[in-house]
Design a protein around this ligand. Structure first.
Ligand code: PRT
Ligand code: ZN
Length: 223
C-alpha cells in the first residue's frame, strides 16, 4: 500500500462518541479545519487528519490500513477481533479513554428465573454481539442459541423471537421500559484508542508516540 505521511484517525461521524472524541483530541492540542458533517477533517497544526465514519466500520478501516488509529467502543473492537477474518493485522487497545462507558450484559424477562449462565441452556438469546456472547457461553460451558439482530434487541423477548437478550446497558432505563432485568455482565466497555499491534515505523509512528504521550497527560489531568 502507498505510504502516507499524515496520520489518519477514524472516529464516529455522528453518535454518542463524536463530541467527547473531538473534545479529547482538542485537549491534546489537535485542531481541524473542515466541518464535522464531511467525511474528512484536515488537521491544521499537526499532520493528523480525521475520517468520520460509522463506528462499526472503524476496526476494519484500521485492519486494512486505511486509518492508523481509531476511537471506538471496546464492545465494537472486541466483537470485530472475535468475528472478523484473521487476514488483516491484529488490533490492539492502545489506551482506554474514559468516556462512552457502558456494559454488555445479559438481561432476562422480569419473571424468568436466573441463577447463573447455566439458566440459559437451551434458550434463545438475541444480540448484536454474537462473538462476545458466543465466547462467554463457551467459557461457561452453556449450550444456547444465539439469535443475531442488527438492532431493537430489547424487544425480542416481547416479540417471542428470543427468551433473553445480550445488549449494551448504561442507565438501565431501556431494560426497565421493556420489563427486562440485568443478570450478568459480559464486558465493561468505554471508548478506546485502537490501532494495529505493530505501529508504523515511519513519521506516523513518531506522531502516534507523541499523541499517546499527550493523551496520557490529558487523561491524567481529568481523572
Ligand atoms: O451510526 P453508528 O453505527 O456510528 O452509531 P451506533 O448507533 O452504532 O452507536 P451509538 O452512537 O449509539 O453508540 C456508540 C458507542 O457508544 C457504543 O458502541 C458504545 O461503546 C457506547 N455506548 C455507551 C452506548 C451506550 N452507552 C448505550 N447506552 N451505546 C449504546 N447504548 C444504547 C444501548 O444499545 C441500548 O439500546 O442505549 C440503550 C441502553 O441505554 P440505557 O441508558 O437505557 O441503559
Ligand atoms: Zn454502529
Amino acid at each position: 500500500m502507498k505510504t502516507r505521511d499524515r496520520l489518519r484517525i477514524a472516529m464516529q461521524k455522528s453518535g454518542r462518541l463524536t463530541e467527547p472524541a473531538l473534545d479529547l483530541l482538542k485537549r491534546c492540542g489537535l485542531t481541524f479545519r473542515q466541518s464535522r458533517d464531511k467525511l474528512f477533517c484536515f488537521g491544521e497544526g499537526e499532520p493528523v487528519d480525521l475520517l468520520l465514519v460509522r463506528d462499526d466500520d472503524i476496526p476494519g478501516l484500521i485492519e486494512q490500513g486505511v486509518c492508523d488509529l481509531g476511537i471506538v467502543g471496546r464492545n465494537v473492537l472486541d466483537e470485530f477481533s472475535l468475528t472478523a477474518g484473521i487476514d488483516g493485522a491484529p488490533l490492539k487497545e492502545w489506551r482506554p479513554l474514559g468516556f462512552g462507558r457502558c456494559r454488555l450484559s445479559v438481561a432476562v424477562p422480569q419473571e424468568m428465573a436466573y441463577e447463573s449462565a447455566t439458566s440459559l441452556a437451551g434458550q434463545r438469546i438475541a444480540t448484536s454481539y454474537p462473538g462476545l456472547l458466543g465466547r462467554w457461553l463457551r467459557d461457561a460451558g452453556v449450550d444456547a442459541q444465539v439469535v443475531t439482530l442488527a438492532g431493537s434487541v430489547e424487544i425480542a423477548p416481547k416479540l417471542g423471537t428470543a427468551d433473553a437478550i445480550c445488549d449494551l446497558v448504561q442507565s438501565g432505563g431501556t431494560l426497565v421500559a421493556n420489563q427486562l432485568r440485568e443478570v450478568d455482565v459480559l464486558l465493561e466497555s468505554e471508548a478506546v484508542l485502537a490501532g494495529p499491534e505493530a505501529l508504523p515505523t515511519d513519521e506516523r509512528g513518531d506522531m502516534i508516540e507523541l499523541l499517546l504521550k499527550r493523551l496520557d497527560g490529558v487523561i491524567q489531568v481529568s481523572e
